[in-house]
Every structure is written in C-alpha cells, then in structure tokens.
Write a protein that binds this ligand. Structure first.
Ligand SMILES: NC(=O)c1ccc[n+]([C@@H]2O[C@H](COP(=O)([O-])OP(=O)(O)OC[C@H]3O[C@@H](n4cnc5c(N)ncnc54)[C@H](O)[C@@H]3O)[C@@H](O)[C@H]2O)c1
Length: 251
C-alpha cells in the first residue's frame, strides 16, 4: 500500500494503460480521480474500482480544453483538495506515411498528446504548488519519444515533445518539491495496437525480430512503473524516462 493517503489524478482512465493505472494506483492504496472523454466506459471502470473498497471520483474531461482541465482541478480542490499524483495517460496515434499526413491529422495528434500534456501538467502542478504538496507528475510518453519509427511523424513529434516538456518541468518544479517523469512504453497490448501485431505477418515478424522478449507488454506492466514513479520509493527520481519495452531499444 505504498500510495496510502495519496490522491491520484489520472487522464485517459477509461481504457488501456490509463485504466490499468487507475486500477494499480487504487490497489496500491491511493484514492483515485479518473477522467476521460469516454464517459460511459469511465463510469463503468470507476464503479468496478469502487467495488474493491477504493474511494473513486470520475469526471468527463477533454485534455485539449484548458477551461475543462481548470474546471476539473477546481472541482477536485473543492471535493478532495489538490492531488499528490498526476498521471497523464490520455493519447492517440495512428500510422500514416509522412506524405499523406494532413493538417488535421497533425493538429489532432499534437493537440491531444502534446498540448494536453502541457495543460494537464501546468494546471496540475499549479494546484500542487498552491496547496504546498510535494507531488509527482507522470507523463505517458513512448519509445517513439526517444527513437523515431516509420509512418508516425505526428506521433513521434508529439512524444519527443512530451519528453522535452517533462524534462523542463522537472527542472522548473524541483524547488517546489514536485518530481516530473515519464514512462516510455514500447508495444503494449491495447486497442491502439489491437489486431496489427498478432494477426499480421509484419506484426509477427516485428514481435519476433525487434522485441528481445518476443511479446507485447501488458497495460498492467506499464501501470506498475507509473506506480513506482508516483510513490515515495522514487523520491530522488526526476526528469527520468522509464522505458518499458521488453528490450526493444537495446537492439
Ligand atoms: N499501446 C501502446 O503500445 C502504447 C505505447 C506507447 C505509448 N502509449 C501511450 O499510452 C497512452 C494510452 O494509450 P492506450 O494504448 O492505452 O490507448 P487507448 O486508446 O486504450 O486509451 C487512450 C485513452 O485516452 C482517451 N482520450 C483520447 N483522447 C482524449 C482527450 N482528448 N481527452 C481525454 N481523454 C482522451 C481515450 O478515450 C482512451 O480512454 C497514450 O498516450 C499512448 O500514446 C501506448
């Protein structure tokens, strides 16, 4: 129960890695604040976590909207006070050749993945500073924030941006006792990757040849790393990119 007594705020909590993070932080003792744009799914997962005896709140939130992000943190301040942990997981991605990428594709990915990180990071950090909380902020970057992959120019750019944002926040917020880190997953089995890896020849080749552990990771394996960075076990860790990729980047 290494997060006992802490309040954890999570974006993208209705599915995949965000859902697994909410479940893991709750299991580690935190009370959890779950947010997402998929409201029905969010309520369902929140109810399942509440049934385990954890205190849970859930709010609809589009991370690209400053007014919504501010309103949710204000509401949380009234309900429970400022969070000790902000885990910003919400994100999107789809493969498209560079020459086929439209302005709309580019703007959507950068808006959700990068600008969303700026908004949640800034408003979340301000709430912690106002309350004098020695907090932890964890961003969900990617191995694509450290090395590029084909047909993912907008996604790669957004995740390289998240790493740069994270490192700068780590410096600027250190004197406020707020640690800022990212988890950088490789291929994780969620709906984002569904179908393409086990069911296609290219996917099977990729898993066999490009991932030393020869399998995709599980959302729970990423959530465990978020929990570590969120906890006091990581009390001297800030500005770090924690890679969770079955050894992919070693090749
Ligand atoms: N699955 C992977 O292999 C993988 C690898 C590296 C990084 N990631 C990152 O992990 C994060 C979660 O991905 P996932 O695989 O769990 O995908 P997912 O699609 O299962 O979950 C993403 C969640 O983000 C939410 N979301 C999307 N746009 C939003 C918005 N504007 N505001 C609020 N919520 C929004 C969705 O509703 C969804 O619940 C993303 O940031 C993704 O880039 C995933």
């Amino acid at each position: 129960m290494k997060l006992k007594g802490k309040t954890a705020f999570i974006t993208g909590a209705a599915n995949g890695i965000g859902e697994a993070t909410a479940r893991r932080l709750a299991a580690d003792g935190a009370r959890v604040v779950m947010t997402d744009i998929e409201i029905e799914r969010l309520a369902q997962v929140a109810a399942e976590i509440a049934a385990t005896g954890t205190e849970v709140r859930h709010y609809p939130l589009d991370v690209t909207r400053r007014d919504q992000v501010q309103a949710v943190f204000d509401q949380l301040q009234t309900d429970w006070g400022a969070p000790d942990v902000v885990a910003h997981i919400a994100g999107v991605g789809k493969a498209l050749h560079f020459l086929k990428l439209t302005d709309a594709d580019w703007s959507r990915t950068i808006d959700i993945n990068l600008r969303g990180s700026f908004l949640v990071g800034q408003i979340g950090a301000q709430a912690m500073v106002n309350a004098g909380i020695h907090g932890s902020i964890v961003f969900m970057a990617s191995t694509n924030g450290l090395v590029a992959e084909e047909e993912l120019a907008d996604y790669n750019a957004s995740k390289f941006g998240v790493v740069g944002l994270m490192k700068t926040m780590a410096i600027d917020l250190a004197s406020s006792h707020i640690r800022v880190n990212s988890v950088n997953p490789g291929l994780i089995r969620t709906r984002l990757t569904q179908g393409s890896w086990d069911e296609t020849e290219t996917g099977q080749w990729y898993t066999r040849e490009r991932i030393p552990m020869r399998r995709l990771g599980l959302p729970a394996e990423v959530a465990a790393c978020v929990s570590f960075l969120a906890s006091d076990d990581a009390s001297y860790v800030t500005g770090h990119t924690l890679v969770v990729d079955g050894g992919q980047l070693t090749l």
